[in-house]
Design a protein around this ligand. Structure first.
Ligand code: GLU
Length: 474
């Protein structure tokens, strides 16, 4: 049978990194098996409706390289299908209308809690006969549909990650499958859809594992075969709490906006709960497709560590700078979002700072001095082991030598050798000459090396900044 997986998010307006991981693992398993990766929008929670969420979701998935196959299923367009299935379940005595009011249910819950019982629907409406049900419906009473948990059974399930599960039906609640507004609950809708879509592997977050017995009962009540289930370990904050918005960024869109590269983010989340069996860490999406296996998913929660993500991102930036080509051109385009500069400059800016950044947004501040030299204090030009006299001497010599330097030789190694020569000829230490050149060009104590800066700025701008520095000292 052709493998078919699905990613089934509720449209919240952004893609959580945990959901990105779920989407990725579904994608990988489908592609690894030459199967299909489908997208289903689970939008039956009317209160949580977010305008435009669906479009932005598809956009983000596509940007990340995880474009879904085939048609996109949207649950809110399928209400009549859920209703039909509910009618069948009622007819077959697997479900029943429940008229209990919110107040009654609340009181019931409180009583149960007071008696230290696990709160659970007490089954009052389960006993209603069809005549009374019809009368109450005719009177216009509001009701939901509950699933009728069979008595004295053991529900058995097998999860590809968490192994065998078995639950007594007496521990399960007659849960709601259709709300009073005729919208289905997640439990019902996703089972019906997974059946209709011919999903072979349900790969989703571990938070759904406790509900699995309920889902299995629905499959059985509908007389359907089960798909394979694969629950993914939780993503955690470094303090081991559940990964949440409160402790920092969780939206893929926010990471992209900050200048994280999609490939780096994808590579990092691939390793959250999965490993290749050795210590390799860098994988392209194609390599992941070849390597991915469900057996290598672990059960333990995986910590989302921003430092590790930074490491991946920095690695990717350096790799792309080294390799050039189409990905480099894309990188340049992204850089231009943070540093609007002419293209020739963007190249140089990446070369200057590429090895020093974790994400592209850091370039914005780092490259400030290139466009606007701050009014730095004159004392900054004097290295702590140097003095005013030697600093002035160093800068004067540098200005003279650089002024005579053939522009066509204006290149890192040659510039370095030349300044070294000047320094040793005049018995100056690096602090007397390299340091003030750095400050003159950057207005900062910490920056790329003075030689890199000279190369970047070229003769005209370099000489002009050194002249400004000399003027400050006089
Ligand atoms: N809409 C559910 C969620 O966002 C989907 C769970 C599933 O994949 O079945 O968590």
């Amino acid at each position: 049978m052709k493998v078919k997986t699905r990613f089934a998010p509720s449209p919240t307006g952004y893609l959580h990194v945990g959901s990105l991981r779920t989407a990725l693992f579904n994608y990988l398993w489908a592609k690894r098996n030459k199967g299909e990766f489908a997208l289903r929008i689970e939008d039956t929670d009317k209160e949580r409706f977010v305008e435009g969420a669906q479009e932005s979701l598809i956009n983000t998935l596509t940007k990340m390289g995880l474009a879904p196959d085939g048609n996109i299923m949207v649950q809110s367009t399928r209400l009549n299908i859920y209703q039909k299935n509910v009618d069948k379940l009622i007819k077959d005595k697997h479900a029943y209308p429940c008229f209990c009011t919110a107040e009654r249910l609340e009181k019931m819950r409180q009583d149960q809690q007071a008696q230290k019982q696990v709160p659970k629907y007490d089954g009052l409406c389960r006993k209603l006969d069809s005549k009374e049900v019809q009368e109450r419906i005719n009177q216009g009473q509001s009701y939901v549909i509950r699933f009728k948990i069979p008595e004295d059974q053991i529900v058995k399930a097998e999860d590809l990650v968490y192994g065998k599960i078995s639950v007594k039906t007496e521990d399960l609640d007659d849960f709601i499958i259709l709300k009073s507004d005729k919208y289905p609950t997640y439990h019902l809708a996703h089972v019906i859809d997974d059946i209709e879509m011919k999903i072979t592997h349900v790969i989703r977050g571990e938070e759904w594992l406790p509900s699995l017995p309920k889902h299995i009962l629905i499959y059985q009540a509908l007389g359907q075969k089960l798909p394979a289930f694969c629950h993914l370990p939780l993503l955690l904050n470094p303090d081991k709490s559940k990964l949440s918005k409160r402790q920092g960024d969780v939206a893929v869109e926010d990471f992209l906006a900050k200048g994280y590269l999609g490939q780096a983010l994808l590579n990092y989340v691939a390793l959250l709960g999965w490993n290749p069996g050795d210590d390799r860490e860098l994988f392209t999406l194609d390599q992941l497709v070849k390597e991915f296996s469900i057996e290598r998913i672990n059960k333990a929660g995986a910590v989302f560590d921003i430092n590790k993500l930074n490491w991946f991102n920095a690695e990717y930036i350096r790799l792309i700078i080294k390799q050039g080509g189409a990905r480099y051109e894309q990188l340049i385009e992204q850089v231009e979002k943070f540093v609007p500069a002419a293209k020739e400059k963007t190249d140089g800016i990446l070369k200057l700072f590429g090895s020093r950044i974790n994400n592209l947004s850091e370039l914005k501040e780092m490259s400030q001095f290139i466009f606007n030299l701050a009014d730095y204090p004159a004392e900054m030009l004097v290295f702590k082991k140097s003095d005013l006299e030697k600093t002035k001497h160093g800068l004067d010599l540098a200005l003279g030598a650089l002024g005579k330097f053939e522009p066509k030789f204006w290149q890192e190694e040659k510039l370095n050798a030349m300044i070294q020569n000047v320094a040793s000829e005049h018995k100056l230490s690096p602090g007397d000459i390299f340091w003030p050149i750095r400050v003159a060009l950057s207005g900062q104590e910490k920056s790329p090396s003075p030689i890199e800066l000279l190369e970047f700025f070229g003769p005209e701008e370099s000489l002009s900044r050194i002249k400004q520095a000399i003027a400050k000292l006089n």
